[in-house]
Design a protein around this ligand. Structure first.
Ligand code: GLN
Length: 191
């Protein structure tokens, strides 16, 4: 059985859990270092506020452990603030779990007028619904990282090995396509 851990320090973690429940995937929340003792096959880092999440990851002593596991091949999926947390380079912020060869720009669409909806192509999935909330964008990818989606000329999704980052919130739409893509295609898990 496949088990997914959802980082639940702040932000939209509950919505990811609902998608996993819908897909019938076993999951639990990571709130402190005790939770890291449980076995899991993949990690989801939700949207929220990347600066707060980075601070809590450090204060709760989760940072080094997660960094190590990701470096050793733990599949991880970051959405919005979670994408910022996974990026090696952050404009307008500080890298938290530097893991993906992507350079991100925080609040790429402005702070006020930051929310919009799009239905655009994603990798080989065709059109998928994308909800952006004070979203970052990816300015560039390097190394093995590849671009998976572009909206209005901006990169909004990328993959780097077993790591996936999207600038939008797939967990608040009815579609489970992006979560399935992460679990099956990126993480290589059979659930
Ligand atoms: N603007 C937030 C940040 O920089 C991200 C917003 C979100 O996750 N919806 O962390």
């Amino acid at each position: 059985m496949v088990t997914v851990a959802v980082l639940a320090l702040q932000g939209a973690f509950l919505e990811h859990e609902k998608v996993l429940t819908k897909l019938g995937v076993d999951h639990f929340e990571i709130r402190n270092s005790e939770d890291l003792k449980r076995p899991f096959d993949a990690l989801i880092i939700p949207g929220g506020e990347s600066t707060v999440m980075g601070k809590l990851l450090r204060e709760l002593n989760l940072l080094e452990d997660l960094k190590k596991r990701i470096a050793e091949g733990l599949p991880a999926f970051g959405t919005c603030a979670g994408m910022i947390v996974l990026a090696k380079e952050v404009e307008g912020g500080v890298p938290a779990l530097p893991a993906m060869d992507i350079k991100v720009l925080r609040n790429a669409y402005g702070r006020q007028l930051g929310s919009f909806y799009a239905n655009e192509d994603f990798a080989d999935l065709g059109k998928v619904p994308m909800t952006f909330i004070r979203a970052p964008c990816i300015e560039s990818v390097s190394g093995n990282a590849e671009v998976l989606a572009v909206v209005d000329g901006r990169i909004v999704a990328a993959r780097d090995g077993k790591l996936l980052a999207v600038a939008f919130h797939p967990e608040i739409t009815d579609s489970t396509a992006i979560h399935e893509y992460f679990l099956r295609t990126v993480a290589g898990l059979n659930y």
